[in-house]
Write a protein that binds this ligand. Structure first.
Ligand code: BES
Ligand code: ZN
Length: 434
């Protein structure tokens, strides 16, 4: 491993200015606006449109740009229907992720929140009507299964709209569907005065293969100055299902594009790779795929990975750098020093949960740049562009840009020979809540 360089906090403004003076808050905001018009769930058309947009932008800045496709397994809910007293109640109920296929028909029994105290032997052979909340999906389903229920209908908890929730786990081989709260409460009411027969039918549910993409733009260093180093800068372009993902993570994508645009005209001695990942929300799948394609030689030459995820919410806290092991590394050293020069020192903390993890696991110094505590809109349909702060976007892009340029610019020696400046920047571990 290369030794970390030493930095002074106030000496590099002239160099920083080469980068930060060019960063445009308006451009940063416009890209978030464009990308967040529709959800970009991995494997959907929304993702593909975003991928095309990002590729075109990279190409317009002069980059060699590669689309890296990969497949992943996703849950498909099939067609589920619900019959009450032999009439079709709904043909579009939502299947629990992991539900088995099949049709079950029996009496309906309300078991409250389905805690082990509430569920009795009387549910045997029946379909359990359950209220969401208080204990996990796993426990609820297991409690009614243990007492011999043959199907699960769960309604939403107080204050939550719709029926988009619910998981069954391995071994919980029971048809299970979700309904909205209002419908659920109407059944609870009906059960007070009469017996209710229910039928649940789940068909064609299961795991299917989908395709997602990483977008990778590369800039080789100036031929005579190439010191063999690589720096990677990433964000994820996919959103959660149904979420516009303005902050998570159109904001990071826009940061990556902005730095790519600016660095395109800036000579460096280091290879820069700007990239956006697909299927992050499905389990960091795109970044694992990309990290898995790196040769040992590339891993050895990659001096740092900078991940920007959720960098623009007006309703979140201050910038922080997270590493999966909670230790400082070259990426955090560079980020803290750049912060001190550009705005203020950035603290560090411990967290995985984003695309810096696969890089870290391959031994590359990596950090996640994010604001914490999080905004209340995280992973919701309310994560929209009107909640984005131009200032937050700009400041984060400036700090990451200055950190990257600190080692990429040709007048600093390659890292193993680097003594960039005389005194280290002091930055601290911070375990603020998310
Ligand atoms: N942007 C989030 C990561 C995040 C969430 C950081 C909360 C800090 C606090 C990311 O897109 C995400 O949601 N990740 C998943 C993890 C992944 C393995 C599916 C998460 O945290 O649930
Ligand atoms: Zn994210």
């Amino acid at each position: 491993m290369l030794p970390p360089p030493v930095f002074n906090s106030k000496c590099d403004h002239a160099f920083d200015n080469k980068i930060i003076k060019k960063i445009s808050a308006d451009r940063l905001y416009e890209r978030v606006d464009f990308l967040s018009k529709k959800p970009r769930e991995a494997g959907t058309e929304g993702e593909y449109l975003a991928v095309q947009y990002i590729k075109e932008k990279f190409e317009s800045y002069g980059y060699d740009t590669e689309l890296q496709p990969f497949t992943f397994q996703d849950w498909y809910g099939g067609i589920s229907s619900l019959f009450i007293n032999d009439t079709v109640f709904r043909e579009d109920v939502r299947t629990f992720n992991g539900s088995v296929n099949g049709t079950v028909k029996s009496k309906l029994q309300f078991v409250g929140l389905a805690s082990s105290e509430e569920v009795t032997d009387s549910v045997k052979g029946k379909i359990a009507l359950i209220e969401r909340g208080s204990i996990s999906f796993y426990e609820k389903v297991q409690n009614v299964l243990n007492k011999g229920a043959i199907g699960v209908i769960m309604f939403n908890r107080e204050g939550e709209q719709g029926n988009d929730f619910g998981y069954t786990y391995e071994g919980q081989d029971i048809p299970a569907v979700a309904i909205d709260r209002e419908t659920g409460l109407s059944f609870v009411n009906q059960l007070k005065s009469e017996e209710v027969n229910a039928e649940i039918s789940v068909q064609d549910a299961g795991v299917i293969d989908k395709t997602s993409y990483n977008v990778i733009a590369t800039m080789k260093p100036h031929k005579n100055k190439d010191n063999g180093q690589i720096i990677t800068v990433g964000a994820h372009h996919d959103s959660v299902a149904g979420g516009p993902g303005a902050n998570d993570d159109a904001s990071g994508v826009s940061g990556v594009l902005e730095l790519a645009k600016i660095m395109a005209n800036t000579p460096t001695d280091t290879e820069l790779r700007f990239m956006t990942f697909g299927a992050e929300e499905k389990g960091l799948i795109g970044s694992y795929y990309y990290a898995g394609t790196l040769s040992e030689d590339e891993v050895h030459r990659t001096v740092a990975h900078f991940q920007m995820d959720m960098i623009g919410s007006r309703d979140s806290g201050d910038l922080i750098m997270f590493t999966p092991d909670g230790e400082k590394n070259l990426a955090t050293d560079l980020g803290a020093a750049a912060g001190a020069r550009v705005a203020e020192v950035v603290e560090y903390g411990q967290l995985g949960r984003s695309d810096h993890v696969p890089f870290f696991e391959r031994g590359i110094p990596s950090a996640l740049f994010i604001h914490a505590p999080l905004e209340p809109w995280y992973h919701s349909p309310e994560d929209t562009v009107d909640k984005i702060s131009k200032d937050k976007l700009k400041e984060t892009a400036e700090i990451v840009g200055a950190a990257v340029y600190q080692i990429a610019r040709p007048d600093t020696p390659a890292l193993e020979k680097a003594r960039v400046a005389p005194s280290p920047v002091h930055y601290e571990f911070d375990d603020r809540p998310l």
